[in-house]
Design a protein around this ligand. Structure first.
Ligand SMILES: C[S@@+](CC[C@H](N)C(=O)[O-])C[C@H]1O[C@@H](n2cnc3c(N)ncnc32)[C@H](O)[C@@H]1O
Length: 204
């Protein structure tokens, strides 16, 4: 899995993924969880979205003051954005200490391994301002060979605590989708329930 692979996905991600009923449900789930955390933070809220993809305006509103990091140049340039940085979430982030109030990683964690997740958590901690928050959302199920990890909120919470985060909480929810067609988020060919996990945490 590399930037080239994601470059080839960018057009589809910007327009039709995920398909059908799942799309609205996933966006609602993400938005509710992000809005909940933003409401606890002091405005103005500087947001860093890591693995931002091609259509994160759906989550944050448009235009939004969100700094987008992605390994794929094509993903980053699919939509107008205030700030975009092409960078690999598996390495040191090209961002100064204590820069953001909120960091999100939405449907990224399945694409990196557990050592890389540990590195990323330490980087997130470094880049967050004191009292800044983290929201991580992903699916536990893997549907394609690019997805090398299974997202488990419990294990992720433990790693977050080890990285120094406080107020760590997480849960797994079940969403029921009708006429769900497979997508980059995972899925099945017919109506089904699927699980989606969220972890939130705060830097002291
Ligand atoms: C499944 S998509 C999710 C996109 C977006 N967060 C969303 O919810 O629509 C995963 C995104 O993570 C990016 N990505 C994958 N591996 C990455 C890495 N190591 N560093 C930074 N971005 C990465 C991909 O280019 C892609 O845009």
């Amino acid at each position: 899995m590399n930037a080239k692979y994601w470059d080839t996905c960018a057009f589809d991600w910007s327009s039709h993924y995920p398909f059908g009923d799942a799309k609205q449900q996933i966006f609602n789930f993400v938005k509710i969880n992000i809005d909940k955390v933003i409401s606890m933070l002091n405005a103005p809220c500087h947001i860093l979205d890591i693995g931002a993809g091609a259509n994160n305006r759906e989550y944050f509103g448009f235009p939004s003051d969100v700094c987008c990091i992605d390994i794929s140049h094509s993903m980053l340039y699919m939509q107008p954005r205030t700030k975009r940085i092409q960078a690999d979430a598996r390495a040191k982030l090209p961002i100064g200490d204590r820069s953001f109030d909120l960091i999100t990683a939405l449907f990224l964690i399945r694409y990196i391994n557990s050592d890389q997740t540990k590195t990323l958590l330490l980087e997130m901690f470094r880049v967050l301002k004191p009292k800044g928050c983290l929201v991580v959302i992903d699916l536990p199920a893997n549907q394609n060979p690019q997805q090398i990890s299974k997202f488990d909120p419990l294990s992720f919470q433990k790693l977050a605590k080890k990285s120094g985060f406080k107020q760590v909480s997480g849960s797994m929810s079940t969403l029921t989708v009708n006429k769900y067609v497979s997508s980059g988020f995972g899925g099945s060919d017919y109506s089904a329930d699927f699980q989606i996990g969220v972890v939130t945490a705060q830097k002291y």
